[in-house]
Design a protein around this ligand. Structure first.
Ligand code: ADP
Ligand code: MG
Ligand code: MG
Length: 347
């Protein structure tokens, strides 16, 4: 397998064992052992990432900076080929090779608050170390990924063009999305607030994008394709969206969607252990808002896709995008209840 690709790294396929690896949903990932070395090979999903070169350029710039400012920081970025490129193109596909982080593992669901703490600490550390890096140097690998104003416009446009049947079926969820409009308004205010800067943000803070050691201590962040300028609420919010409930966005039994309060504290404490002295007061005040922001945006995106006849998210059963929207709306309402109980100010 992959003789041409491996040759670009001076590796001989006859010396290597290759096996699919991990449970990532975006790229294709293999673990490769050659002689005594271990690697991760990835085929980049170009349906999602239109410019693999933009990703490679971003990572090289960050790697150079981190190497100079924080030697020893574990930052697994693509290796260079013998031609000094960071990508190998074969048959229209884009591949890259990374060092496999030794004695590491990832988890797909947080089962202990300490894992949420460790993950949040790693994502916080990443943005802290890059606090003085000029984020505007980075390319937007997924333009408008977390632009809630644009997502709201896309929702409005879907409402205009949807079939009457789907509009009827989804009427409760459409009303719910409309009733939470203030979440979009706060986002618009954020974009106009000079004390809320664009930072180097990971933008995909699922727990399996952190590597852990054998004692479940966080080692580093991985899956760096979406690293680009953004607001910190994207990272804090997506941790809340994906760690707080034991059931994920695919869960159809909505009573299983709930908020684990100890995980909320763990995300806060882990992230702030790194970012407390970096964030501005205006940013800090948005911590609890961030969960609403990300969950609401995801609910809106699923509902928009349902109204557009399921053109973006892959579905395996009819009505799946509506069910996903219901799931995220349930998560949002559970989060609001938790906030009320805790008396937190969410803007
Ligand atoms: P995707 O974008 O498809 O989620 P990831 O970059 O997250 O792809 O990789 C998928 C999985 O492969 C990760 O969750 C992790 O388990 C494993 N992995 C990725 N990079 C490394 C690495 N450098 N060292 C060890 N494991 C890795
Ligand atoms: Mg991943
Ligand atoms: Mg990814």
């Amino acid at each position: 397998m992959f003789p041409k690709i491996l040759a670009a790294y001076n590796l001989n396929t006859d010396d290597c064992t290759i096996a699919p690896f991990g449970s990532g949903l975006i790229n294709h990932t293999w673990k490769i052992r050659c002689n005594d070395e271990q690697y991760i090979l990835q085929c980049i999903n170009i349906a999602v990432f239109k410019s693999p070169q933009a990703i490679a350029d971003n990572l090289l710039a960050l790697q150079k900076y981190l190497h100079a400012t924080t030697p020893g920081y574990l930052f697994p970025t693509p290796l260079s080929t013998s031609d000094n490129t960071y990508l190998v193109i074969d048959d229209g596909r884009y591949y890259r090779l990374l060092p496999f982080v030794k004695n590491s593992h990832s988890v797909d669901v947080a089962t202990e608050p300490s894992q949420a703490f460790e993950a949040a600490r790693q994502f916080g550390k990443f943005s802290r170390l890059l606090n003085d890096f000029d984020a505007s140097q980075l390319k937007y690998t997924l333009p408008d990924f977390h632009n809630l104003s644009l997502r709201a416009q896309q929702f409005q446009s879907a409402l205009k063009h949807a079939d009457q049947e789907r509009l009827n079926i989804a009427s409760t969820e459409i009303e719910a999305i409309k009733n939470y409009q203030d979440i979009t308004q706060t986002y618009v205010d954020i974009t106009k607030n000079a004390t809320i800067p664009l930072r180097v943000i990971h933008h995909d803070t699922k727990i399996n994008n952190v590597l852990f050691d054998a004692d479940d201590k966080g080692l580093c962040v991985i899956d760096l394709d979406t690293v680009m300028p953004g607001y910190y609420i994207s990272d804090a919010g997506d941790m809340m969206r994906t760690y707080l409930s034991p059931a994920n966005e695919e869960e159809q039994e909505l009573d299983k969607v709930c908020i684990r309060e100890d995980y909320l504290k763990a995300i806060h404490d882990g992230y702030m252990s790194e970012m407390r002295d970096v964030l501005t007061p205006a940013e800090k005040a948005l911590f609890y808002y961030s969960g609403k922001f990300m969950i609401y945006m995801q609910a809106m995106r699923f509902l928009t896709d349902y109204l557009n006849n399921d053109i973006y998210y892959h579905t395996t059963y009819p009505g799946q995008n509506l069910k996903r929207a219901q799931n995220q709306l349930r998560l949002l309402s559970e989060l609001m209840k938790t906030y009320q109980r805790l008396g937190v100010d969410t803007q």
